[in-house]
Each structure stands twice: as C-alpha cells, then as structure tokens.
Ligand binder design. Structure first.
Ligand SMILES: [Zn+2]
Length: 102
C-alpha cells in the first residue's frame, strides 16, 4: 500500500477520533452504570446517546386518555366517569375493575 504524508495524517486523525469516541462511550457507560442497572431491573427502555441516557417505562404505551371524559375523570352530574371510573385513563392490558369507582 502506498500512502503519502497526507494520507497518513488523515488516517492518524481518524484513529485518534475513533479512540476518543470509544473512550467517550466507555466513560458514559461508567457514569450511567448504576442508573442503567436500576432501569433494566425495572424493565424500562433505555435510549443511549453520547452524553445522556433517556429512560422510559413501556407500561405508558398501554395507557391512553379516556375517550368518554377526555381525561378529566368527570362524568354526568359531577360524578366519576363510568368508563374510566374517574381515573381519566384507560389501560388496555388490565381487566376492567368491578364495583364502585374511586
Ligand atoms: Zn373517563
């Protein structure tokens, strides 16, 4: 392989950049290790970025605003909404509750 001084310099900078990036990710992993471990135990989803980690509980995907009351939990006459029992939210993965609401 025939590489001139300009090519060698470019390769050297690429190598330094790659190593710096790898060190950055290692440092990020070390900094967030405890929090990431907690999130994994809780079953949260983790979005890893260079300098921040975003945690999200996937159970929020199951919850939507009640379509009957619009999320305020109030039904006719100031009583609790009959659909969501006054919660304002509906969870599609939980069976409906029996009995009186709230
Ligand atoms: Zn409702």
């Amino acid at each position: 392989m025939n590489v001139g001084p300009a090519g060698l310099t470019a390769n050297l900078w690429a190598l330094i950049r790659a190593q710096a990036l790898a060190r950055h990710w290692e440092l990020s992993d070390a900094m967030f290790a405890e929090i990431d471990g907690f999130a994994l135990v809780q079953g949260w989803a983790i979005s890893r970025h260079r300098s921040r980690h975003v945690y999200r509980d996937p159970r929020f995907d199951r919850v939507v605003l009640c379509c009957t009351c619009g999320g305020d939990g109030k039904g006719e006459g100031g009583r609790a909404c009959r659909t969501c029992k006054g919660d304002g939210l509906l969870n599609f993965f939980e069976p409906p509750r029996r009995g009186a609401g709230a």
